[in-house]
Ligand binder design. Structure first.
Ligand code: ATP
Ligand code: MG
Length: 429
């Protein structure tokens, strides 16, 4: 029996007390799915799911605090002091519609029938309160062999629910498993079924792959399977057309970055996507607009910097203008990408990258104003000084004042700025 450790103690105790309450009332009850897999692997557990022979009504009656999460599918959430636990009646699924959710779920009395409907053998284990593992499909054997395998016929299982194609890649990457040959063949053959899956769900799985322990391996598997070519909303060619034999070195290192936006940006950069493609892909995956903007800004700034350096511009000046155009958060967020690049392949712009890594933070801190309202003069002051009615020219002139202060050509003081405004005004007719 595996020693279970690393479990958030209070939640584990509570989950066991839920099992106890159910068994005391005469029902069978087990921990099931991901938490058992993680316990067997000695990994930390983030949620405890419970399967029981009790019907949802009976579960509702047995616990004082519950939420009817998915009554039709047999799921009741039991709310305790330290956490919430999904308690689901043993069930089978059938009549999958359009390669996704089942039309019919039937409650059954046998745990094994419930485990049979689950996607992979490693996810089809249960554990009782004595920590005996019930494992009819040999999930433990597969874990020991390092294999991800479907429960039953893999072709059928992917045809029932095509999201399993992506879940398979995620689990193989997250747990360092090889995909068992029949499962792998089926995954490749059935890849086109991914078209039937809502982009939100695809986006959520891809996010978990990108943010997981080994995103590079996840993307190797995505490239080798061709899954990303089969989306309801097509992804940019850089992603959709990823070829396993041409995966760029930069992609292998995205796991070294912390923030999700940095990982996505590095991935897209490595694949040669531009800022516009990146934005389109992030929106196709139904990520929040703010997240899409964050990723896009990283790529757009990267593109801009390369251009400016290639055109011979001074690196500090490019950085100062970048701060005004993309914001300091984007520039700061980009520094870890530069660090990766510098440690990776040789580049012509190495010297510039090294200077940015050494001095970029200080250069940002030295910029006195990033927004017009941070200037020591107001728009009205400038208009009055120039002697013209406010108009579009005023915004352009204020921007020019921001540039002059950012580069140190003017100090952020009223008299200096008004003098500069007078000098520059005729350029902004
Ligand atoms: P994690 O939560 O760590 O990502 P998990 O295995 O707990 O992994 P969940 O999505 O929380 O994944 O699902 C809980 C369990 O429900 C799974 O372990 C699996 O047994 C079953 N399951 C979830 N989604 C599917 C699916 N699409 N097809 C078959 N079984 C599934
Ligand atoms: Mg889970």
């Amino acid at each position: 029996m595996p020693e279970v450790s690393g479990v958030p103690g209070m939640m584990e105790q509570e989950a066991i007390s839920v099992l106890d309450a159910l068994t005391a009332a005469g029902y069978e009850a087990y921990l099931v799915g991901g938490c058992v897999r993680d316990a067997v692997m000695n990994r930390s557990i983030h949620d405890f799911d419970i399967a029981t022979s009790a019907l949802p009504d009976e579960v509702l009656r047995l616990f004082p605090h519950t939420a009817p999460t998915g009554l039709k599918h047999g799921t009741v959430t039991v709310v305790m002091r330290h956490g919430a636990y999904e308690v689901t009646t043993f069930r089978t699924e059938s009549d999958y519609e359009q390669y996704r959710r089942p039309k019919t779920v039937a409650f059954v009395t046998e745990l094994k029938e419930d485990l049979r409907r689950r996607d992979f053998t490693i996810n089809a284990m249960a554990m009782d309160r004595e920590r005996n593992v019930i494992d009819p499909f040999d999930g433990r054997g597969d874990l020991a062999r390092g294999l991800l395998r479907c429960v039953g016929d893999p072709v059928e299982r992917f045809r029932e629910d095509a999201l399993r194609l992506l879940r398979g890649v995620r689990f193989a990457a997250a747990y360092g498993l090889a995909i068992e040959p029949a499962t792998w063949r089926a995954l490749q053959e059935q890849a086109p079924l991914l078209r039937h899956i809502a982009m939100e769900r695809i986006g959520a799985e891809l996010m978990r792959i990108v943010c997981g322990d080994d995103p590079a391996r996840g993307f190797e598997l995505l490239a080798a399977s061709g899954l990303l070519a089969h989306m309801k909303v097509p992804l940019a060619p850089a992603l959709a057309g990823m070829a396993p034999e041409r995966l760029p070195a930069g992609l292998r290192r995205i796991g070294e970055l912390e923030a999700p936006a940095q990982r996505w940006a590095q991935l897209l950069l490595a694949l040669g996507a531009g800022a516009a493609d990146a934005r389109e892909a992030m929106l196709a995956l139904v990520y929040p607009h703010a997240f899409a903007a964050e990723v896009t800004a990283l790529l757009a700034w990267d593109e801009r910097l390369r251009e400016r350096l290639a055109a011979g511009e001074d690196v500090r000046r490019a950085w100062q203008f970048g701060a005004l155009d993309y914001g300091t958060a984007a520039l700061r967020g980009w520094l870890p990408l530069a660090r990766l690049r510098l440690r990776g392949e040789a580049s012509q712009q190495e010297g510039a990258l090294a200077r940015l890594l050494a001095e970029g933070e200080a250069w940002l801190a030295a910029i006195p104003a990033l927004q017009p309202r941070e200037l020591a003069v107001s728009g009205a002051d400038v208009a009055a000084c120039v002697g013209r009615a406010p108009g579009p020219w005023l915004g352009a002139l204020l921007r020019r004042l921001l540039e002059l202060t950012a580069t140190g050509e003017a100090v952020n003081e009223r008299s200096a700025l008004l003098a500069a405004a007078e000098r520059e005004a005729k350029r902004f007719g």
